[in-house]
Design a protein around this ligand. Structure first.
Ligand SMILES: *[C@@H]1O[C@H](CO)[C@@H](O)[C@H](O)[C@H]1NC(C)=O
Ligand SMILES: *[C@@H]1O[C@H](CO)[C@@H](O)[C@H](O)[C@H]1NC(C)=O
Ligand SMILES: *[C@@H]1O[C@H](CO)[C@@H](O)[C@H](O)[C@H]1NC(C)=O
Ligand SMILES: *[C@@H]1O[C@H](CO)[C@@H](O)[C@H](O)[C@H]1NC(C)=O
Length: 409
């Protein structure tokens, strides 16, 4: 009982983070994977309020080094370093003052970041964390290559999870057989992508190797789902396929407010958000509706997510709030209008390059502005954004803040 009260008190106070000091943070990013390249470019976001003129930001491994004198106390730099994804973890970022080390970026085991910090995260619920997610998580490989729509991920779901992503976004569809929705698969831009059991087995593979907690969000069901019965059949399929891993919410449990400690205790670590307006099995979490803006410019996206009323609501949330932080290219961008000057025809539109250009905003916004009001942050080509390391950083703060409240209560 006492414990329950304590948790309630925590819930009310948790998002008051005014006590957290403004410390240095440096986060490394990787450009999207390109088919004809084995190495990828490194970017670096830094926020160093105490840096003085002349301090040097250094990004290096055994073989290469990038150094730059810090002018502004915060910013994003594209380095000239390239690494293979396997050796990305050998790269370190440091800040030097008169040759002396004053900051070194933390070493994060991205495959195990939640469980590594179990002692400070166990009292928090999923809506109280910062959770890195991918948008259209299964859109990393397409059966046919034609079409101008671009994939928005470049790693398998299992690799995304291994590198720290904990929110997987899937748009379900099915084939109709004898007027029933059967043979489920994930859809992307009206294309048939992975079969649903392939999505599930990637997630199961990761859960089996780790002690991490994962949210699978099912929303934007295709119009092949035509009735409550179709949904009921899909829910049965999910419960059957994922029986070993599915953490059941039920009518008497705390649902999304369940502390992580309880999920770890149950040894079932997959949570499903089933976003359907009709009857939903209580096993699943109240469906989460991602917020997304059909924006082509980063300024518009910023206005959309910065709306004070929205941020206030999100800070008081009881169920996850999901920011889909991506830009959507317009047709004019994708298909150049002016083809009269064929000699100088512009290179074909690259969604990867376009996303990479925008990506530094994610760290800037979610670190410097919305650090206290963010929950699930969903992106394309997540390694270009640094969102995983940013989430680990802020979860540590939220966790430590909670522990302080517990020990002083
Ligand atoms: C959090 O995890 C990191 C490794 O990712 C570890 O170095 C650190 O000690 C952990 N902190 C706590 C409080 O468990
Ligand atoms: C989990 O991993 C163990 C050993 O690593 C393996 O024997 C088992 O088949 C795996 N289970 C699933 C469901 O993948
Ligand atoms: C519902 O969940 C609670 C808490 O997790 C558990 O104690 C209870 O047994 C569950 N009830 C059913 C009917 O599964
Ligand atoms: C966190 O966000 C608040 C505004 O919401 C800002 O004042 C503060 O400086 C941010 N913290 C960091 C470390 O940037």
């Amino acid at each position: 009982m006492c414990r329950l009260l304590l948790l309630l008190v925590l819930h009310l106070n948790l998002l008051d983070l005014s006590s957290s000091e403004d410390e240095t943070l440096v986060i490394l990013t990787l450009s999207p994977a390109e088919e004809d390249e084995t190495t990828r470019k490194i970017g670096v976001y830094y926020h160093c309020p105490d840096c003085a003129p002349g301090d040097v930001l250094r990004v290096a491994d055994e073989h290469q080094i990038f150094e730059k004198i810090i002018g502004d106390p915060r910013g994003f730099l594209r380095t000239d370093l390239r690494v293979s994804p396997e050796s990305f973890s050998d790269i370190t970022a440091t800040i030097l003052r008169n040759g002396e080390l004053i900051y070194s970026s933390p070493v994060i085991d991205r495959a195990n970041w939640m469980h590594d910090n179990k002692s400070i995260l166990k009292y928090l619920s999923l809506p109280q964390l910062v959770i890195p997610g991918t948008h259209q998580s299964g859109a990393y490989d397409r059966p046919e290559t034609h079409g101008i729509w671009n994939l928005c991920q470049d790693l398998s779901i299992e690799d995304q999870l291994t590198l720290g992503i904990r929110y997987i976004d899937v748009q379900p569809s099915c084939k109709r057989i004898e007027d029933q929705c059967q043979s489920f698969f994930m859809e992307y831009s009206l294309l048939e992508m992975l079969p649903m059991d392939a999505v599930f087995s990637e997630i199961k593979g990761f859960l089996n190797r780790t002690n991490e907690i994962v949210i699978l969000s099912l929303s934007d069901f295709s119009s092949e789902f035509q009735s409550d019965e179709d949904h009921a059949r899909f829910m049965e399929f999910i419960k059957h396929e994922l029986a070993d891993d599915l953490f059941s919410f039920n009518t008497t449990s705390h649902g999304w407010s369940t502390p992580l400690g309880k999920i770890w205790k149950a040894e079932k670590r997959l949570i499903i958000s089933y976003n359907y307006g009709g009857p939903v099995d209580p096993t699943f979490g109240t469906g989460v509706q991602p917020f997304w803006c059909n924006c082509q410019r980063s300024d518009d996206l910023h206005v959309f997510f910065a709306d004070p009323q929205k941020r206030k609501n999100w800070a008081n949330r009881k169920i996850p709030s999901v920011d889909v932080v991506e830009l959507i290219p317009g047709w004019q961008t994708v298909v150049p209008q002016d083809s009269s000057n064929s000699a100088e025809s512009s290179p074909p539109f690259s969604f990867k390059a376009w996303t990479e250009e925008f990506s530094p905003k994610v760290c800037e916004w979610y670190h410097e502005q919305w650090n206290a009001t963010s929950n699930v942050v969903v992106v394309d080509f997540f390694e270009t954004t640094g969102v995983v390391d940013l989430a680990v950083h802020w979860n540590k703060k939220r966790g430590e803040d909670t522990m302080k409240k517990i020990t002083s209560a």
